[in-house]
Design a protein around this ligand. Structure first.
Ligand code: NI
Length: 396
């Protein structure tokens, strides 16, 4: 079966490369993946794979039923959205949608999943169960397309026994893959603070409530939540990315806005930290006579790779790509909405190497020059198909 999958990944390479070029040239922003979804539905229809469109708006769910469709179910997920970045690559398949670019490789994820679909559809007579293909919208945007797909029933009928996804990784060469069991990526929650003081003349501070000096206290003081309240063994990051307020050297303004993000990898501490941040902000503002609005909308949870599943996937990866091409990864404080799935079913999110010999295609994601060595498409589609086959064959 492994040799068959590898041969098919080679055979379908040019087909998947053409799919990727089409998707790359026609990127769409989060939750606006209308043409992308139509294109994916057409490709599935050509293969004769039944699918449901309009899941969570522009998402799709497709089923490939094997010889014992009710036995087990393995889900494979791809995200389809692009970013508001103006592409700077000089390639024939450069983005035709001005100001929008597949700079996070979601075109690669979608084309690899369509390639895996082709391979698995060929082999369905030998599959012990059902493969569920999940093409989701809006990975890059709050509240995360994954959360909406789950709400819309993507993990029901049938409920998967496990779910897999890959993500491009410009730090490894094409042909290589990376895994990290357990906690892999952080939760990410946005913080919006508006301090309402009382403006006035800079020379008469006693007649004002100065929101700028209060903002300074908050920005430094809130770091105590990370420095003194967080368990040192639990990674936590609090970063303020925007502060806005004021007009001139001699005017105290009425208000200051502060925007930030809080990230950690422990779900209980995550919500405790929110409370510390809110309490410290409200009490500090109150102490100086200011009013404050603080919002911490709940974002993506931390991404937990099921340890047993990830250990298995890693061994399947070694069989597929060779021992020396499979790497242990370290935890990252970035966030990824695949995490929502991992809180419902055992999940494994692995990395697909996309550079060439460590020298070309090394530009990080979310950059206007990001691109990949397309040899990675073979490993991507093949590994996704192989994970499905092995996941279905595993003992329940
Ligand atoms: Ni991404």
């Amino acid at each position: 079966m492994l040799d068959q999958i590898k041969a098919k990944a080679d055979q379908y390479f040019s087909e998947v490369q053409a799919i990727r070029h089409h998707l790359h040239a026609n990127p769409e922003l989060s939750f606006q993946e209308y043409n992308t979804a139509k294109f994916v539905a057409e490709k599935l229809a050509v293969l004769g794979i039944p699918n449901k469109t309009g899941v969570a708006g522009t998402g799709l769910v497709a089923l490939i039923e094997g010889k014992n469709p009710g036995k087990r179910c393995i889900a494979l997920r791809a995200d389809m959205d692009a970013l508001p970045i103006e592409e700077k690559n000089d390639v024939p398949y450069c983005s035709k949608n001005v100001g929008v670019m597949h700079a996070c490789g979601h075109d690669v994820h979608t084309s690899c999943l369509l390639g895996a679909a082709h391979i698995l559809n060929d082999l369905k007579g030998e599959l012990e169960g059902t493969v569920k293909l999940i093409f989701q919208p809006g990975e890059e945007k709050h509240p995360g397309g994954a959360s909406l797909m789950i709400k819309d029933g993507a993990l029901e009928n049938p409920k998967p026994d496990a779910i897999f996804a890959l993500h491009v990784f410009p730090y490894l060469p094409a042909g290589q893959i990376g895994f990290k069991a357990g906690q892999y990526m952080a939760s990410a929650d946005e913080i919006y603070i508006t301090i309402h003081g009382r403006g006035g003349h800079a020379a008469l501070p006693q007649e004002t409530i100065d929101p700028i000096s209060i903002a300074a206290l908050l920005i430094t003081g809130l770091q105590q939540v990370v420095a003194r309240k967080a368990d040192p063994l639990i990674p936590s990051v609090l970063t303020f990315g925007k502060i806005a307020g004021g007009f001139a050297t001699n005017v105290i303004p009425d208000k200051v806005e502060i925007l930030g993000t809080f990230r950690t990898v422990d779900e209980q501490w995550r919500y405790e930290a929110h409370k510390w941040i809110k309490d410290f902000t409200e009490q500090t503002c109150a102490a100086y006579g200011a009013k404050v609005d603080i919002e911490i909308p709940v974002g993506y949870p931390s991404l937990f790779n099921n340890p047993e599943l990830t250990a298995k996937a890693q061994s399947w990866g070694k069989a597929y790509a060779g021992d020396k091409n499979v790497h242990e990864l370290i935890m990252r404080m970035g966030a990824e909405d695949f995490s929502f799935y991992t809180h419902h079913v055992p999940g494994c999110f692995f990395r697909l190497g996309t550079n060439r010999n460590g020298t070309e295609f090394t530009t990080p994601v979310h950059n206007a020059h990001f691109n990949i060595d397309e040899e990675a498409l073979k490993t991507g589609m093949g590994m996704m198909a192989w994970c499905a086959v092995q996941g279905l064959a595993a003992n329940p």
